[in-house]
Design a protein around this ligand. Structure first.
Ligand SMILES: Cc1cc2nc3c(=O)[nH]c(=O)nc-3n(C[C@H](O)[C@H](O)[C@H](O)COP(=O)(O)OP(=O)(O)OC[C@H]3O[C@@H](n4cnc5c(N)ncnc54)[C@H](O)[C@@H]3O)c2cc1C
Length: 392
């Protein structure tokens, strides 16, 4: 199996790099390069530019803005975007609800939602998890009861990322409480400005605000906002979750963190053999993970989109561990200089460029604890690997 990029793929990567670094405004990329979170305006502005150039939704069907790229080209597109510090198109729009509507939605839903979803004119939120339904998602209780032309929705979602910006939310709701858990679930689209929807912030240990609780109190949802068939929502949710096999590895994120660690703490790393050893190990393990991603991509071409593949659990597990290791290494390299509350940010010996934004190292370390929880916790990934790959 060929694991190095071919000449054509290297040229494709070059083309992507040139596009991202020339078309996306430098001030947006600069903020991300300094380790800051992109704002809503950054994400929307960047996605609009990508969409105008056919670069926002390459994995969608052609008629809705997709490209006939290979899985490897899509991977290169995503990695080069990360390495160029371009905010990714909103994952809830492009990787989640968009492909579900394009595959299972009516023509009317496609026309109504897909163009605005690709351009980020609509900001989608994901309403799956509930206070007692996370890893065991099928035990969700938010109900949708048919009443004439509407469903009446009642219940609560939680951990809803960036719902403070949300225009619409795609939700898994229980439409039939009398059948086995997974069979009574439907996939509905809800306007977040509907009466009875309340968004409440969850404040995080890093000082940031990115997740919410969302409450539904007798919310009227037109029945034509059901995607596909009633009680088939679990099938669509599995399709959605199986759609991205390799992106959770986050190779570009890890590489960017390693590059930052070297840039900010070069002299300290040179002087400390233990830090050098950790950095080298991290680089080697990242390279090994990248090889695995390329192997998975090589065989992905022969599988239909949305087919669940347990190998994605290996990539998610290892990728999230390395993303966290990289955040921890930067913290250890910076030492007290990483403390965000230091008033006097004098530059200790050996640190060339603290003003570049080392101030985010501590919040990033805390924030990134999330990587082993979201997208299926790492314990759950281990269960999948044990059952589906190791056949225990
Ligand atoms: C930052 C962040 C953003 C998120 N964004 C969204 C979002 O936008 N929309 C959305 O719907 N959800 C979102 N989530 C929710 C996420 O999907 C859930 O947190 C995740 O599925 C885990 O569920 P839980 O939090 O209820 O934990 P639980 O499922 O209660 O798990 C608690 C602990 O028990 C362990 N555990 C559970 N089951 C098993 C098992 N069978 N074997 C071994 N160990 C087990 C887990 O690994 C974990 O350590 C987000 C979460 C985070 C942290």
């Amino acid at each position: 199996m060929e694991l190095a990029l071919s000449k054509e793929d290297r040229a494709f990567a070059e083309e992507m790099r040139a596009f991202f670094t020339s078309e996306i405004p430098a001030e947006i990329r600069d903020r991300l390069a300094r380790g800051l979170h992109p704002s809503k305006a950054d994400i929307v502005a960047s996605q609009r530019i990508l969409n105008e150039h056919g670069m926002a939704v390459p994995h969608w069907p052609l008629e809705w803005g997709g490209r006939e790229w290979t899985p490897l080209q899509r991977h290169i597109w995503s990695e080069e975007m990360t390495l160029a510090h371009v905010p990714h198109p909103l994952v809830f729009n492009t990787a989640m609800v968009g492909p579900v509507i394009a595959t299972f939605g009516s023509q009317e839903l496609k026309e109504r939602f897909l163009p605005k979803t690709a351009s980020a004119e609509i900001w989608w939120s994901q309403g799956f998890s509930e206070p007692n339904a996370g890893s065991d998602l099928a035990s969700l209780k938010t109900s949708a009861v048919r009443d004439g032309d509407n469903y009446i929705v009642n219940g609560q979602k939680t951990w809803t990322t960036l719902a403070q910006y949300g225009d619409w939310i795609f939700c898994l709701v229980r439409t039939d409480p009398t059948v086995a858990q997974q069979r009574g679930i439907s996939f509905v689209l809800i306007d977040m400005r509907s009466p009875g929807v309340t968004v409440r912030p969850i404040h995080l240990i890093d000082g940031g605000y990115e997740v919410n609780e969302v409450f539904f109190d007798n919310v009227e949802v037109p029945a034509d906002q059901l995607v596909g068939e009633e009680n088939k929502g679990w099938t669509y949710a599995k399709f959605l979750l199986g759609n991205e096999r390799t992106s959770n590895a986050g190779i570009g994120v890890i590489k960017n963190r390693i590059a930052r660690a070297k840039r900010l703490g070069g002299e300290v790393i040179s002087a400390e053999p233990l830090l050098r050893a950790r950095l080298t190990r991290l680089e080697v393990e990242t390279m090994a993970l990248e090889m695995t991603v390329l192997r998975v991509l090589a065989r992905e071409s022969s599988m239909p989109a949305g087919t669940p593949d347990p190998v994605s659990s290996v990539l998610k597990l290892r990728g999230s561990e390395l993303q966290q290791d990289a955040a921890e290494l930067l913290l250890d390299i910076l030492g007290p200089a990483a403390l965000p509350f230091r008033k006097e940010r004098t530059v200790p010996d050996g640190f060339a460029a603290l003003d570049e934004g080392a101030v985010d190292a501590m919040p990033t370390y805390f924030n990134w604890r999330k990587a082993s929880i979201y997208a299926g916790s790492n314990e759950v990934q281990r269960q999948i690997i044990a059952k589906a790959i190791l056949k225990f």
